[in-house]
Design a protein around this ligand. Structure first.
Ligand SMILES: [Zn+2]
Length: 165
């Protein structure tokens, strides 16, 4: 899969102008993906009604995410959920009731050497995870603050500052 183009477009979910559109070339043809940096909703051009990708997404996705689904231009959009084993996770969570929700960030922290045998890696028998999710230190963000949540997690490699005095 080769990425050919990306740009910011207006978000169909929240109308901000920070929806990141990427275009890929795949063996099956062109594929477009969208991820809004304001509301955190995501979709791609295969997520049409009755499609196999939508069916799979619905099978693998938590109820809250399914409940928040939006449909625009024939595509199903869902809030994203991101897990980066070395950095942490971002996922949507209800705040008080199911009509109000926000983003939760959990950071990955190193597992102390003496505890490491409690965290075997099932995909690589004999090896152990280096990091675990620090569930005791959650950070919460408003539903239109996905960008702040993503920055907290370090999703974006920041450019090196050359003159910071
Ligand atoms: Zn949006």
């Amino acid at each position: 899969m080769e990425q050919t183009q990306d740009k910011l477009v207006d978000c169909l979910c929240c109308s901000s102008n920070a929806c990141y559109e990427s275009e890929f070339t795949t063996q099956e043809g062109p594929l477009n993906t969208w991820l809004c940096m304001t509301c955190g909703f995501t979709t791609n051009s295969t997520m049409t009604e009755d499609s196999e990708s939508l069916k799979q997404t619905l099978e693998l996705t938590a109820d809250l995410i399914k409940d928040l689904r939006q449909n625009h231009d024939g595509l199903a959009w869902f809030p994203t959920a991101i897990t980066m084993p070395d950095k942490g996770m971002i996922f949507p969570e209800p705040i008080k009731d199911k009509d109000d929700w926000g983003w939760t960030v959990v950071k990955a922290i190193p597992i102390p050497e003496e505890d490491k045998e409690k965290y075997p890696d099932p995909t690589n028998p004999g090896t152990f995870y280096k990091n675990k999710m620090d569930m005791k230190n959650l950070k919460r963000y408003g539903k239109l603050a996905f960008m702040d949540a993503a920055e907290e997690l370090g999703m974006f490699a920041k450019p090196v500052e050359t003159n910071e005095d």
